[in-house]
Design a protein around this ligand. Structure first.
Ligand code: ADP
Ligand code: MG
Length: 160
């Protein structure tokens, strides 16, 4: 929370610059610990910006031991999230990449509507701008930008 002239301004944006892919992954791993169930993470940025690298760190932070590989050719991959307590609902981490999707029809084909609506899921989706009006209002945007060979800018923005 920021105060300007005694007005409180919610600070829902964080900007980080990383200098290696490991650093991006570690930041994502820490970030994962702050996430609640049902969160939708929308990733933006060109090819090579580091979206998948960030999501690999995120998955590690969520306790997923399986290696996260880019779902580019199959659109979506799912990973089980181990529940901390005796929760009955299965929890799933979805890694979705819309890079190769062409139309809204493709998106519906993935069953994206249901995946997003299920509060038991944590969803990380690359090329989120392709969702258009299907983009959930309540989400966290992660913008990634190439600054130099090993340097990236990451902007994390919460939308309630
Ligand atoms: P995207 O999913 O956005 O296409 P990837 O994560 O697949 O991007 O690829 C990012 C590439 O950039 C990888 O080859 C990675 O090693 C490299 N890289 C270099 N510096 C960084 C950094 N600071 N953060 C993330 N990736 C980096
Ligand atoms: Mg990627």
């Amino acid at each position: 929370m920021l105060r300007i002239n005694s007005r409180k301004i919610p600070m829902n944006e964080e900007i980080v610059i990383t200098n290696s892919k490991e650093e991006t992954a570690v930041i994502a791993e820490h970030f994962a610990k702050t996430l609640n169930r049902g969160v939708f993470l929308a990733f933006y940025g060109d090819l090579g910006a580091g979206k998948t690298t960030f999501i690999q760190g995120l998955a590690k932070g969520l306790g997923i031991e399986k290696r996260i590989i880019s779902p580019t050719f199959i659109i979506a991959r799912t990973y089980d999230l181990r529940s901390k307590s005796k929760e009955t609902q299965p929890k799933t981490f979805y890694h979705i990449d819309l890079y190769r999707t062409q139309s809204k029809h493709d998106l519906l084909g993935v069953g994206l509507d249901q995946i997003i609506q299920d509060e038991n899921n944590i969803v990380a989706l690359e090329w989120a701008q392709k969702l258009g009006e299907m983009l959930p209002k309540k989400r966290i945007d992660v913008h990634m930008e190439y600054l130099g060979e090993d340097q990236r800018k990451i902007i994390i923005e919460k939308h309630e």
